[in-house]
Structures are given as structure tokens and as C-alpha cells.
Design a binder for this molecule. Structure first.
Ligand code: HEM
Length: 468
């Protein structure tokens, strides 16, 4: 028996035949009881509730075993040492109704193939070319802001990140049609927890439920916009002119090691484009929005950031070479993604019975781990609610296990866009924060909205102030 943080003695493990599970909610909960713990509007509450069981927790819902892992060593086993025993979990698979067989939702050979084909677009040398475009776009916004203007910085960052993704990865002009992607994604995000929380959501897809009607309309519009982008590119004689991800997907022949030499068909290109578009702009936009909020709340960190920007840039626009030099900015971003990880949870499904730490899990068990929960574990981050960029000095980092902090996941399915996202976030913030600071509009309640990404529910209202 081990003492739990709640003071009750809880069993360390629960044996069920040959299987060994962590303790947790006691029995196969009927759905209506489960709803007491599970608020579809904020699934983080369930994970927080389960944290009282310590290293890991277990419950059963609709005859499925679900395990939440909170220990970095156990997470490493799932993502790295025993990755072959795991596939994407059912909730992520349910996202197929939106993203088809794109890189995030597919498994096995389909996933490998997608990743092999897109990988060259994310090689370091290639993404370096995007740096100047990113700064140009951020500078465009920098000259638009008016001193003292009140705006929703979350919406502002969505538009900016969308524009950057469209221009760099898809070499597409930001027409009103592209902006519509943002609107349609908002519709889909509103419905997301409803869709993934509903078993067999795909069976309801064609039902007249108003939610499903809205989803169908949004998905149709997204597909139309993406299809038009793809067709326009396919019609071009000289694809190399663009040297972007879109040309790479359109022209790709899977003839690298292990490839089948075939091209992607229209549906496959569309699934990958939509996946990369959504994964690429939502996440970065949220990271930027939360960072602005934290800077607004922490004037000392903000002052230190300004000092660094002045010392390193001396008033000029940032370049790729400045990214590693802006060390404090890097720490601010890392700390921001610790407190508000844009990807706030990940899941896998056990494909073959497997042992993880002291547990033995049966096939089909769903395993979750949450960046939001682990990043706030006081064992790794004392006084976790506090914003402290110094937690990310090299020395501080070396004292923590690899999976105490994993905003980009890990192992073979680690985020393919990590370096791109990092460069984009650093250059954007450096460009804007050089001239502007934000003051949070008083009296607003900033709430979490955990959907596919962790969004601020009603945005974040700020007043932009010109730096002296
Ligand atoms: C701050 C920004 C970002 C964060 C926090 C983030 C986070 C993550 C995480 C946690 C995963 C792993 C999911 C899992 O294993 O279940 C992931 C995968 C992925 N990310 Fe990102 N991401 C970001 C930016 C981007 C960007 C900019 C792109 C592309 C333009 C991108 C494309 C992808 C793709 C395609 C995958 C699936 C990779 C695979 O399964 O092989 N992400 N991301």
C-alpha cells in the first residue's frame, strides 16, 4: 500500500488474472456516473482527478480499460522502448473523420509512408529558407498595430500563424479563402470533444443532428479550399519553382529506402495537406497567445526579454542566426509550453499485451499521458504554477528525466514540425516584442479550452503598448 497525496491509503496495483493495473475508479462505470468526473468541455478535470492515484490510474468505460500514466519513466517506455506494442488510440483515430489517413491519424505503413514523403520539407536546411518569410510576415503585423489598441491576441496569433503556414509550407497567398480555414477550424474545434467523446462518431456522421450538419459543412469547405490549392499546384508545369511542402507532396514518389515508388493519390495528398495545415498553425498560434499572456502577467520576465532583444538585435529585425542567440526568449517559450502545452495530452492503444513499469496491460487498453499534468508535477517543477523561465537553463534541464517535459511528444512519432515551430515562434516573438508589449485588459477571466489543442476559451484581451 502507498500513501496517496489525498492522505488515503491506495493500493499500488490491482491484479486482474494475469494482468496488473494501477488503482483508480473502481468498476466499469456506467456512462452517467462517468459523466460526474468527465466534463466534455474540460477533459483535463478528469486527469486532475485521477492524479490522486499517483504514478498511474485506471478506469473502465464502455468495457474499455483506460490507463493514465504520470511517470516520465513509464511514458518513455510507451513512446520509445516499447513503441512497437502501441498504436494511436481510438480517440485520435476518430479524428479520421476530419483528417483521413494523414500523418497524425494513420498507423503502420500508411503512417511511415506519409512521414517519409513529408520529411524532406522539414529538414533543417529547408526550413531555414522560411526564416526570412516568417520575419517579413510578423513585421507586417508589427507595423499594423496601433499604440493603445485593444485586441484579442489569441485571434491575432491565429491569423498570423495561418498566414505563415500558408506562405512558407504551401506557398499560397493569403486570400479570404485561406482565412476561411481559420473560421472552419473554429467550427470543428467547437465540436471536437463531442465528436471524439462519442463512441462510433463516424456512424453519426450522416445523421441530421445539428452538430453533425455543422461538422459536415465545415469539413466540406476545408476540403474545397485544400483541393483548390492542390489542383492549382498540379496544373503548374514547373513545380520546383516553389520548393515547398505542397510541391513535395504533389510530386512525391515514395522511392526512398523502403518506399513503394508510387505517387500519393488525390485523397492522400488532401489528407496530408489538411493535417499539416491544421497541426502547423493551431499549435504555434496557441503557444504564442499563452506566451503573450504570461509576459503580460510577469513584468520582470518581460523586462529581461526586452533587454536581451535590445542587446542581441540592437533594433534590427531578427534573422535565422539570432534564433540560438535569443536564449532567454527560448526559455520563456519553453516555460510557456510547460504551463500551457498546445498539445496537452497524447494517447496510444495497446496492440499486444505489454508490461509498462510495474503494470501488465492487456491488448486494447487505452493509455494516456498528459503534458498538462506532467509539466505541473511539483516533483519536477517545484511551485509548478509559477512562471519561471530559469527552469530551462542547461543545468536545470539536466536534472530532469526526458519525459518530465515533452511538448512535442517523443520517439518515432515525435512532432515532425518541431524545429519549424520553434523557429517560427522565436522569430515572431522577437519581431513583435521588440516594439510592442501587452497589458492584459483587467477584469477578464481567461479560461482553458482543451480541444485538440489547448486554447484560451474566450481569447485573451490585451492592450498593445509601444515600447519606449
Ligand atoms: C508549438 C507547436 C507544436 C506543438 C506543441 C506540437 C506538438 C506535437 C505533438 C505532441 C505531437 C505528437 C503526437 C503523438 O505522438 O501522438 C505532434 C505530432 C505532429 N506534429 Fe506537431 N506540434 C507543433 C507544431 C507542428 C507544426 C508546425 C507542424 C507542421 C507544420 C506539426 C506537424 C505534426 C505532425 C504531422 C505530427 C504527426 C507526426 C507523426 O505521427 O509521425 N506540428 N506534434
Amino acid at each position: 500500500m502507498a500513501a496517496s497525496s489525498s492522505g488515503h491509503d491506495l493500493p499500488r496495483v490491482v491484479r486482474r488474472g494475469e494482468f496488473v493495473y494501477p488503482p483508480g475508479l473502481r468498476f466499469n462505470l456506467p456512462f452517467y456516473r462517468f459523466r460526474r468526473f468527465f466534463d466534455p468541455k474540460n477533459p483535463i478535470l478528469l486527469f486532475e482527478h485521477l492524479q490522486r492515484y499517483g504514478r498511474a490510474a485506471h478506469y473502465r468505460i464502455l468495457l474499455h480499460d483506460v490507463v493514465l500514466l504520470n511517470d516520465p519513466a513509464d511514458i518513455a517506455e510507451v513512446l520509445i522502448d516499447k513503441a512497437a506494442f502501441f498504436g494511436k488510440d481510438r480517440t485520435q483515430k476518430r479524428m479520421k473523420i476530419l483528417l483521413g489517413e494523414g500523418m497524425i491519424t494513420s498507423d503502420g505503413e500508411t503512417h511511415h509512408r506519409g512521414r517519409r514523403i513529408a520529411a524532406p520539407a522539414f529538414h533543417r536546411r529547408r526550413i531555414e529558407r522560411y526564416a526570412a518569410q516568417i520575419v517579413e510576415i510578423a513585421d507586417g503585423l508589427r507595423i499594423q498595430w496601433q499604440p493603445g489598441a485593444e485586441l484579442n491576441i489569441a485571434a491575432e496569433m491565429m491569423r498570423l500563424a495561418l498566414q505563415i503556414t500558408a506562405r512558407t509550407l504551401f506557398d499560397t497567398e493569403v486570400t479570404p479563402e485561406i482565412h476561411e480555414i481559420n473560421d472552419q477550424v473554429n467550427v470543428v474545434m467547437d465540436l471536437y470533444n463531442f465528436l471524439v467523446g462519442m463512441p462510433r462518431a463516424e456512424l453519426f456522421l450522416n445523421s441530421p443532428l445539428p452538430q453533425m450538419r455543422r461538422f459536415r459543412a465545415a469539413k466540406k469547405r476545408l476540403d474545397e479550399v485544400v483541393d483548390r490549392m492542390i489542383r492549382a499546384r498540379q496544373a503548374e508545369a514547373n513545380l520546383d519553382r516553389h520548393a515547398d511542402l505542397l510541391s513535395m507532396l504533389v510530386a512525391a514518389r515514395d522511392d526512398q529506402a523502403g518506399g513503394d515508388g508510387l505517387k500519393l493519390d488525390a485523397q492522400q495528398i488532401r489528407d496530408q495537406v489538411l493535417t499539416l495545415f491544421l497541426a502547423g498553425f493551431e499549435t504555434v498560434a496557441n503557444a504564442l497567445a499563452w506566451t503573450w499572456m504570461l509576459l503580460g502577467q510577469n513584468p520582470e520576465a518581460e523586462a529581461r526579454l526586452h533587454e536581451e532583444l535590445d542587446a542581441v538585435l540592437g533594433g534590427r529585425l531578427p534573422t535565422l542566426e539570432d534564433v540560438p542567440r535569443l536564449e532567454y526568449l527560448g526559455r520563456v517559450l519553453s516555460e510557456s509550453m510547460r504551463l500551457y502545452p498546445p498539445a496537452w495530452a497524447m494517447g496510444r492503444e495497446v496492440l499486444e499485451d505489454v508490461s509498462i513499469g510495474p503494470y501488465r496491460l492487456r491488448k486494447r487498453t487505452m493509455v494516456f499521458f498528459s503534458q498538462y499534468i506532467v509539466h505541473r508535477d511539483p516533483k519536477w517543477f517545484p511551485e509548478p504554477e509559477q512562471f519561471r523561465p530559469e527552469r530551462f537553463t542547461a543545468t536545470a534541464k539536466s536534472g530532469r528525466p526526458r519525459f518530465a517535459y515533452f511538448p512535442f511528444g517523443g520517439g518515432g512519432r515525435q512532432c515532425i514540425g518541431e524545429s519549424f515551430a520553434w523557429m517560427e515562434a522565436v522569430l515572431t516573438l522577437a519581431t513583435l516584442a521588440q516594439r510592442w508589449r501587452v497589458e492584459l485588459v483587467p477584469g477578464q477571466k481567461i479560461e482553458l479550452q482543451p480541444k485538440i489543442t489547448l486554447r484560451p476559451k474566450n481569447g485573451i484581451r490585451v492592450r498593445v503598448m509601444q515600447r519606449d
